[in-house]
Design a protein around this ligand. Structure first.
Ligand SMILES: [Zn+2]
Ligand SMILES: [Zn+2]
Length: 329
């Protein structure tokens, strides 16, 4: 099978031919139908997340069809379409796993980082961490839901907002454009912050129903109740705190961020909360897919053939993708 493998830090992915993997205990062999390209994949390709294994195959927004099952795997029959997310396994016995916070597991297994992911024609996954996908989403449109949608949803849940409130979204890409639709459906007013000069990004946000869109160093017309930061830019933290009211929450939703510049304590004062969101739990996934089965979201995306993964990566890196980037084998 064809797989796209991580090379030296910052270098293009390398196309390789590998044998089709065999499913082990509790695992399913999946024929990949579509796989999203997430910002985390860029961090892995660029070595900003230290490599855990040489020649890793990235990709953790995997939509695939089960073609074989390993010993003890009985949750999904052969032929079932499933989604494989970033959390590919957890230890089950650390204080986080036993305390309903498996997203913080001390010994996690991440798809496309600790184990090969979906930038390939086939992959294997532990079925206990996979999700059934709502039928109304086709393969390519379901792919970005598996990380951009899901992590965005967890960030949204942990921001403490419940409509109608004013929510800021910093970095209006794959995650923001999905969560904006859910938030608007729940009565929130969305303020979208994009790179200064990104007129196309501002237009995209307004098309999706944002009440205001502007550059990320600008102040919105009214104070935010909460802000979610999806762009990996540390300078957005003081910017978002500045735009957020007393008692409001700023959530950093990315796995990696450039250093946060020092800022006056007054920006945090007034019982503002600054927090990160890490990974996902299976409960997040069940709640998210239940939510979007009832309140459908439309994912905007561009597709590339798997063999052209490097072009998708370059487009995402350059901010040239409206919405999500998806690979199709
Ligand atoms: Zn654990
Ligand atoms: Zn991701």
């Amino acid at each position: 099978m064809l797989a796209m493998s991580v090379g030296a830090a910052g270098q293009p992915l390398i196309p390789v031919q590998r044998p089709r993997p065999e499913p082990g205990p509790h695992e399913v062999l999946v024929q990949v139908l579509a796989c999203g390209v997430c910002r985390t994949d860029l961090h892995i390709i660029d070595g900003e997340l230290p490599p855990r294994q040489p020649g890793m195959v990235p990709g953790h927004e995997v939509v695939g069809r089960v073609v074989a099952t390993g010993p003890g795997a009985s949750r999904y029959a052969v032929g079932t379409r499933i989604g494989i997310p970033w959390l590919g396994g957890s230890c089950g016995h650390c204080p986080y796993c036993t305390g309903q916070r498996e997203n913080l597991c001390d010994a996690p297994v991440f798809t496309g980082y600790d184990r090969p992911g979906g930038f390939a024609e086939y992959t294997v996954a532990d079925e206990r961490y996979c999700f059934a996908l709502p039928e109304q989403y086709d393969d390519v449109h379901a792919a970005p839901l598996l990380c951009a949608g899901l992590i965005g949803y967890r960030a949204y849940r942990l921001s403490g907002v419940h409509g109608p409130m004013r929510l800021g979204l910093y970095g209006f890409g794959a995650a923001a454009h999905i969560i904006a639709q859910i938030a608007i459906a729940q009565g929130q007013e969305i303020h979208a912050f994009v790179r200064r000069g990104d007129a196309q990004g501002e237009r995209f946000a307004r098309q999706l129903g944002a009440a205001w869109a502007g550059p990320s160093d600008a102040l919105p017309p009214a104070e935010l109740d909460a802000a979610l930061i999806f762009a990996p830019v540390g300078a957005l933290v003081p910017a978002a705190l500045r735009a957020t009211r007393k008692g409001g929450v700023v959530v950093c939703a990315g796995i990696h961020m450039s250093d946060i510049p020092s800022f006056p304590y007054a920006l945090l004062w007034g019982e503002r909360t600054l927090r990160s969101v890490a990974n996902l739990t299976r409960e997040d996934g069940e709640a998210f897919f239940d939510c979007i089965a009832r309140h459908p979201v439309s994912t905007q995306l561009q597709t590339w053939p798997l063999a052209q993964a490097n072009e998708a990566v370059a487009a995402l890196r350059a901010g040239r993708v409206d919405g999500a980037a998806v690979l199709v084998p």
